[in-house]
Design a protein around this ligand. Sequence first.
Ligand SMILES: [Zn+2]
Length: 279
Amino acid sequence: MQWVHIIDFKKPGPTTLIVWWVHGNEIVWEKAIEYLITKTETMVVGWKIITLQANLEGKKMNKRYVDHDLNRAFASEDIGWSYEVSRAHEIKDFFKEIPIDYAFDLHSTPSKSDPMILCTSQPSSLALASKMPIYHVVQWLIDRVEWMSLLKYFQPRLKLGMAFECGCHEDDVTITIGKKIIDTIIDFHQGKELPSQNDQMKIAITDIVYTADPNFVYTKPYKWFEMIEKWEVWWVDSMWEHRFEVSKIIVIPNTMIAQDLEKQSKTWVAYFWDAIKNK
Ligand SMILES: [Zn+2]
């Protein structure tokens, strides 16, 4: 399989980009992509799928990244040279003239965590996400995130886009979820009626909080998605206790990612979300 693999049905229709191995140690995706290629071999449908293996060196080394997180490396300003920065340039150059309608970015996590979808701000992203077999759907108002991820870079030209965090790298359950996602993407393109996942928890980003304070400490061991009550103190640092006037859902990056962030920038980050109502 080439780093860019094109499944071209040579009929008019949308082009889908499926990105995997943005992080080189997220090894489960090879099986899901093989499944996609086998499944579409005998299909006659009017569209084109492009799969992109993003971080090739990271993948060879089975590391999240070589020098720098590729999913932060798509910035247009100069952020210095690294393997991932040059790789981001290669990807941008390759796709410069290629129209992409839909983009799906596949991820897994180092430690056990609930699968989640991060969808771009277009309403069509949320609409498709509500048909995906994943419980947590997060509307990722991507412009509010400081870093330039691959999906943020592609977003202006997309009809919809989403990133999937499907659980732990080495877990069989992650593969099963990955294959279900691939099935749903294929059905979507074939124009099949997809059932809504009515019990999904849909939330939207409202705040991202950063602190570089070394005295930062959470007031209790939060997990992945947790409700923080109105006025509850959720962290303290050398300056003050932090709390919100309203109840929020906090999303804590899993431990490894938090350690990564700490190494890179000495900055801790927490995300706060509100439930999306009536959708
Ligand atoms: Zn990842």
